[in-house]
Write a protein that binds this ligand. Structure first.
Ligand code: CA
Length: 500
């Protein structure tokens, strides 16, 4: 009898050596990385907003650390997400460097190191819920067949995604490899020659980029999107509460088209854009409540940030789901910063970044450390005691000491800012200095507000320590500093790896 029991126990260990022996879930924090879309430096209460109320995010900041000098790796969606996922600057190669269509192939090579694969290797269950925008499939995406490679081939165990953006076709969700609600009798046909505003670009009454026919039963509901993602995120947390898990929750709020659920419509004092940011705050609240309810918050690292700076934005001919200076009602989406999404100015890429981890991070702290989303790969590797392979996360610095506040020393002494493209337009940041060789203000604005061509300038140098609004171009005053930063930028471009 005893021998039989011993035999059965040995069989169990042999069948599940990792789950039985190696992984100790209690020692590793659960990680939830919440990425807002087009939410700016001034959009949350804890960053100075008064016309938009964000009580859940403000509570997170009260219980954790709030960064004042955190950056998205790019000033646009896709390159930021690429760099976050891979720990590699997106401007180094064409794939993932520019904003992708809804039928672009996957821009990350299956098998390469990603934030998800690194954590999966450490025994985490990994999931993505929300906006993907990194391409799907090996060539032009066919939504009528199993869709791969995609998130599951680059490190995720579970995926419930919006394939590209809310203002692009297809207007369907993909769960793992399949369109949710797909009906083979009503195939999905996409037409990316249709321009936003043309009759065939209207899906669910809203003009999109590209046209879509078929897939009627699979169409999402714009007004329910935030709730759909929040529900899926909470389900993922509930399902994996016993394991260490990593959840990447990438919301659609506050990108256009801005279609808040009815309970948020008119809830803010900053128009529909303010309403969807309050909806984003409620999504964060749902996640925090789930962690509380499941008694997981003590050892959970929760990060809330945004993929690029804020922008009022139009949605083609659609003014209902956009934002204007008038509807903003005096609210400044990027606070004191100059510029908007897409710019090299700070307003393009300096973003809110809050981290809470009650077991390790001191409550109600503020950090002026320079950090970037591209650093998450090395940081998560450090968090799980994993050395990085030489070619993994080549631009990713371990910023864990900044998160947990154990150092005053800069965790990275320089950073490259980027707008879309390969290499697109770049600026280099070192200490409080910022230099960009771009010949247009902000890197991308070729016209002034009056529509006239902007005056070209040789280059831009700012000292952010006393000019965070980038009003004084010092390029003519500090030629040695210009040379030094030019050389640093050239060196990083010429070297495939910038991390130590
Ligand atoms: Ca974005």
């Amino acid at each position: 009898m005893h021998i039989l029991r011993l035999f059965l126990v040995l069989c169990l260990f042999a069948a599940h050596p990792l789950t039985s022996l190696a992984v100790q879930p209690s020692s590793r924090p659960n990680i939830v990385f919440i990425l807002g879309d087009d939410i700016g430096y001034g959009d949350f209460g804890c960053y100075g907003a008064t016309k938009i109320k964000t009580p859940h995010i403000d509570r997170l900041a009260q219980q954790g650390v709030r960064f004042t000098d955190a950056h998205s790796p790019s000033a646009m969606c896709t390159p930021t997400r690429y760099a976050f996922m891979t720990g590699r600057y997106a401007w180094r190669q064409p794939a993932g460097a520019s904003v992708m269509s809804g039928v672009a192939p996957l821009c990350i090579a299956p098998g390469s190191a990603t934030v998800a694969s690194i954590l999966k290797q450490a025994g985490y269950v990994t999931g993505i819920v929300g906006k993907w925008h990194l391409g799907l499939g090996e060539r032009e995406t066919d939504y009528n067949r199993p869709i791969k490679p995609g998130p599951l081939e680059v490190g995720y165990d579970y995926a419930f995604i919006l394939p590209a953006t809310g203002d692009r076709v297809p207007c369907v969700y993909v769960e793992n490899h399949d369109v949710v609600g797909y009906d083979p009798a009503d195939p999905i046909k996409l037409d990316y020659t249709a321009r936003r505003g043309e009759p065939e670009s209207f899906v669910l009454g809203i003009p999109r980029i590209g046209g879509m026919k078929g897939g009627t039963a699979a169409l999402w509901s714009d007004a329910d999107m935030a709730d759909t993602f929040a529900n899926k995120a909470v389900e993922f947390i509930e399902r994996h509460q016993a394991a260490p898990f990593f959840l990447y929750l990438a919301t659609h709020d506050a990108h256009v088209p801005r279609v808040p659920h009815a309970r948020f419509r008119g809830s803010s004092q900053a128009g529909v854009r303010g309403d969807v940011i309050q909806e984003f705050d409620a999504t964060v609240g749902r996640v925090l409540d789930a962690l509380d309810r499941l008694k997981l918050n003590e050892n959970a690292l929760v990060i809330v940030t945004s993929d690029n700076g804020g922008v009022l934005d139009s949605n083609g001919p659609d003014t209902v789901h956009a934002g204007t200076k008038e509807t903003n009602n005096g609210h400044l989406q990027n606070g004191v910063l100059r510029g908007i999404k897409g710019n090299l100015f700070e307003g393009g890429h300096r973003v809110p970044f809050i981290a809470r981890w009650p077991r390790q991070i001191k409550a109600a702290t503020v950090s002026d450390q320079l950090i970037c989303h591209v650093d998450m790969l090395a940081t998560f590797a450090a968090l799980t005691n994993q050395p990085l392979a030489d070619d993994a996360g080549p631009d990713s610095f371990n910023v864990l000491p900044a998160l947990v506040g154990t150092t005053e020393k800069p965790v990275r002494d320089h950073l490259i800012n980027h707008t879309a493209g390969c290499p697109g337009r770049l600026a280099v940041r070192q200490g409080s200095w910022k230099y960009g060789p771009s010949s247009y203000p902000g890197g991308q604005q070729r016209t002034n507000k009056d529509g006239k061509k902007a005056a070209q300038i040789p280059a831009q140098l700012y000292n952010l320590a006393d000019d965070i609004g980038e009003t004084k171009n010092l390029v003519a005053h500090f030629p040695d500093k210009v040379k030094e930063l030019e050389a640093l930028l050239a060196k990083i471009r010429a070297t495939p790896r910038s991390r130590p």
